[in-house]
Design a protein around this ligand. Sequence first.
Ligand SMILES: [Cu+2]
Length: 364
Amino acid sequence: MYPKQLLGRSGRLVAVGLLVAALLLALSACSSPQTTFDPKSDAADKIQTLYILIIVISGAIGAAVLIAMGYLMAKFRERPGVKARQIHGNNTLEVLWTIGPILILVMIGVPTILAIVGATRAPSEDALHVEVVAHQWWWEVNYPGLGPDGGTLTTANELHVPIGREVAISLKSDDVIHSFWVPQLIGKIDSIPGRTNHLEPFTASEVGVYLGQCAEFCGLAHALMRFRVVVDSLGDFERWVEGMNTPPPAPEEESFLASGQSVFIQNCSSCHAVAGTVAAGRIGPDLSRFGSRLTIGAGIMDNTEENLVEWITNVTAVKPVPEGLPTALAELGNGKQAMPRFDDTLTPAQVEAVAAYLRSMTIE
Ligand SMILES: [Cu+2]
């Protein structure tokens, strides 16, 4: 009868409610795009194995302690007329509960340390090298050697990597500390100003699009500093590299797209580059073949005509970047500037034209 005495009727209801809530919370994590329980690379697999090992061991200990506690509380509860036995030490027990935890810590510690040391291993010879530079609040992505004539291929907020080939990502920061995390593939590790950090080389095992997120508070728009890792088949990856390296066809003279291009060159090219054109600004994300990108604004909205127009018209309505130039970012030095709003300098028709021009540059 003791559980009834321990917990009143309402107490039991609350306990059941809490259990159900915890279960629902755990289940809701199953379908999240940021889940760590659905690894799609060897490195993420390793982390999951370690995680499950630790959960199982600590779960078993937690259960054993709770069951023993409940049993002992019930068995040795106060009874009228019975006096508790007074015990002063027990050598056998003390030896056991010293050795037991040591063994448990070794079981958790050895694989953990091996995994940490393994994470610092050098990439294999044919690994694909990607250099990521974190900016407030977007990601610059460079592929040394993959650009035209063996130069660097640059893009932003979207990493393409081939399936089945090792990928070695190095991380830098242009301003404050950020952190690179793609739960299903790799991470997380901080990008620190003045340092180059290296993620554990990983090999993706399934074609798909994986969500990444800055995982270190880095200012106002930190939560809106996302990115995508696109795992391509080998053929798709080659097509992507080739597409990025092919200069986009010049728009037909006097056309709508040509007017968009000239708006772009006049208003945007000081900050943005489009490979194969005169636009070569480096302050904002590289917009080469922007039409092939999935998202806008460091992964915060889908790349649609409507969203792009909204972004260019008034960026501050969708992302809390500092307003006006020179900006708070510019005061940090570093030549940094935020994306300005264009609703007072461009007409709606001009915004539509420049949006159409950017979206016209796709990869077949
Ligand atoms: Cu960040």
